[in-house]
Design a protein around this ligand. Structure first.
Ligand SMILES: [Fe+2]
Length: 337
């Protein structure tokens, strides 16, 4: 009898008090070490423990779908706005209110419905070989489809989220028909069948496999600061070009976070989001990966400042929802592998 009482008491302690465990569960498609540092600091400051499950964003989204209302996920971190838009389309996110988010994060870098918010932004730029390309000959994403660049363009596959979101932005800007024409002509200019990641495209330009790569800004920063001397040397011959300065501006993507629809630790989740928008966290996030902080209160990293001011596309990233599916059809129809 006493034992039964004891067992009952133990279950109350274990299960009855479960919600009192001060934690937040993160599903993360981010691949940056700085996150661990910031999560440890967050614990130090608030006593809220951050539990992290890391996987590819698509896997995490499928997992959240399978888990349904029993999902332990509080937050979904991604390196792409498109993945947050998809998660929202599948009913996996919920909206939240935060005056801090409203104050610090520009409208284009957060969900219009208040379900996700950017943490850092990155521009999808051209990296060109200085010996082969005069930057005066560069202008827009559209102009890379000109036959003059036949055999010169390097970009990774259409399976990659950065390219999918870029294509969605092209559809938003040009309409589906023009975006498809662009894609077909761009594919005809590819230096090789798409392979490798953004870093590999930059290396290929340096090695002379092509002359212009379409990549995220921070990969240049990572190579510039690489521990490997040969990687650092590569960057000397390369220039960065911000396209579409005469019209809508350069395509921007974000790394961001969405609040899970069934978040069991909702308040803690919002606290973590706000912590990551603090000046201190924004500075660490931006500096560690050579990105742009979303908060306007925080200066750009020194190297990023050297790349110069530029006009960014102000397309509201949550508007991409209407174009992501079409982007996949266009890749398919135009042979962008
Ligand atoms: Fe990346």
């Amino acid at each position: 009898m006493r034992n039964l009482f004891f067992l009952g008491l133990m279950s109350i302690l274990f299960f009855g008090c479960a919600p009192a465990v001060n934690e937040v569960n993160v599903y993360s498609g981010r691949h940056y070490e700085i996150d661990e540092v910031l999560f440890a600091e967050f614990y130090e400051e608030t006593g809220i423990k951050v539990n992290v499950i890391k996987a590819d964003a698509d896997q995490l989204i499928s997992r959240m779908e399978l888990e349904g209302s029993a999902s332990p996920a509080d937050l979904l971190f991604t390196v792409d706005a498109g993945r947050l838009v998809l998660a929202d389309q599948r009913g996996l996110l919920q909206s939240f209110e935060s005056s801090l988010v409203d104050e610090l994060v520009p409208l284009s870098y957060r969900d219009a419905g208040g379900k996700w918010v950017g943490l850092t932004s990155r521009a999808r730029v051209f990296v060109y070989h200085k010996d082969k390309v005069n930057p005066a000959d560069l202008s827009t994403y559209e102009a890379l489809a000109d036959p003059r660049w036949r055999g010169q363009i390097l970009v990774r596959t259409s399976q990659n989220q950065y390219n999918q979101t870029l294509m969605a932005s092209m559809i938003a800007a040009l309409g589906a028909e023009k975006a498809e024409e662009w894609s077909r002509a761009l594919v005809a200019n590819f230096a090789r069948s798409p392979q490798g990641n953004d870093r590999d495209q930059v290396k290929a330009v340096a090695a002379g496999a092509g002359s212009i790569a379409i990549v995220n800004t921070y990969y240049v920063g990572l190579l510039h600061n690489s521990e490997i001397a040969e990687e650092r040397a590569l960057v000397d011959n390369l220039g960065i070009f911000f396209p579409n300065q005469g019209d809508r501006g350069t395509h921007i993507n974000i790394s961001g976070v969405g609040l899970a629809a069934h978040a069991p630790n909702r308040e803690n989740a919002i606290k973590l989001i706000e912590f990551l928008l603090s000046d201190h966290a924004q500075q660490l996030l931006a500096n560690s990966n050579f990105e742009y902080p979303v908060s306007s209160r925080v200066p750009w990293p020194t190297l990023v400042q050297q790349w110069g001011e530029f006009k960014a596309d102000t397309l509201q990233l949550s508007d991409l929802r209407s174009y992501l599916q079409e982007a996949m059809f266009i890749f398919d129809r135009t042979g962008w592998k």
